[in-house]
Design a binder for this molecule. Structure first.
Ligand SMILES: Nc1ncnc2c1ncn2[C@@H]1O[C@H](COP(=O)(O)OP(=O)(O)OP(=O)(O)O)[C@@H](O)[C@H]1O
Ligand SMILES: [Mg+2]
Length: 235
């Protein structure tokens, strides 16, 4: 599904150029659950923006489902995002003083889908993301951190993306709520076959993925297949 080769991303601040990504290559197959780890400033979010067609690399190639995304125009990138990709950001990006339902329906407004169909789809993704129906009419600022994150996941799912990208989705949550949110990603991956790429700095979150990519100083340091955990019956 994802094939990136020798990706370099250079940011320019004034006269200073800085390579946030220094030549990263890997492939991710359809249906994989991959965690990306690495220190602060190592280039994880930069990489995620490129994978999510929010930005293009300075050089290198990115093929998504066989299409070269690395040379697309802004309009073409927008189409790719709408058709294939769902984002969950650490800083939720929900509209405040707006109901949960409306927040989730929003991405569909530009797709010519009528209001009742939009609502039906929003309800479906909210339930899939594990939010109780009792909260659908709440304003987004009337929810707990974990509930807000479930709304953010629901919004990412509403266009039925094949690729779900999440940047520190559990970064602001306590460990119990993190487990619930993580279970949602696992369900999307294992039961619905969605490809999930999740950035986290927490080892115990990353252990739930099939594979962990370690990024440091804009380089891929390690590509590790997670051991399947054995359950031992103790009697
Ligand atoms: N728009 C930008 N302009 C200039 N430099 C940037 C820009 N965005 C990111 N950087 C720099 O690129 C490097 C990588 O940033 P990035 O956000 O990808 O790191 P990260 O691994 O996601 O870190 P964190 O774990 O703190 O979120 C950092 O040194 C950052 O300062
Ligand atoms: Mg980041």
């Amino acid at each position: 599904m994802i094939e990136i080769k020798n990706i370099i991303k250079t940011y320019k601040t004034g006269d200073v150029e800085f390579n946030a990504l220094n030549g990263v290559s890997f492939t991710i197959a359809d249906g994989e659950f991959v965690a990306i780890m690495g220190p602060s400033g190592s280039g994880k979010s930069t990489l995620m923006h490129i994978l999510g067609a929010l930005d293009i690399p300075t050089s290198g190639t990115y093929f998504l489902d066989g299409k070269d995304v690395s040379t697309m125009t802004d309009d073409e990138l927008a189409d790719i995002r709408k058709d294939k990709i769902g984002f969950v950001f650490q800083s939720f990006n929900l509209l405040p003083r707006t109901t949960v339902l409306r927040n989730v329906m929003l991405p569909l407004i530009y797709e010519g889908i009528n209001a009742s169909e939009r609502e039906a789809r929003a309800r479906k993704s909210l339930l899939l993301a594990g939010l109780d129906e009792g909260h659908f009419k709440n304003l987004s600022n009337q929810l707990s951190g974990g509930q807000i994150q479930r709304v953010a996941i629901a919004r990412a799912l509403v266009n039925e993306p094949s690729l779900i990208l999440a940047d520190e989705p559990t970064g602001n949550l306590d460990s119990k709520t993190s487990e619930i949110v993580l279970a949602t990603f696992k369900k999307l991956n294992k039961e619905l076959g969605r490809t999930v790429v999740l950035i986290t700095h927490e080892q115990d979150i990353a252990e739930h993925a099939d594979r962990i990519l370690f990024i440091k100083d804009g380089l891929l340091l390690e590509d590790k297949i997670n051991q399947i955990k054995k359950t031992v019956n103790q009697k």
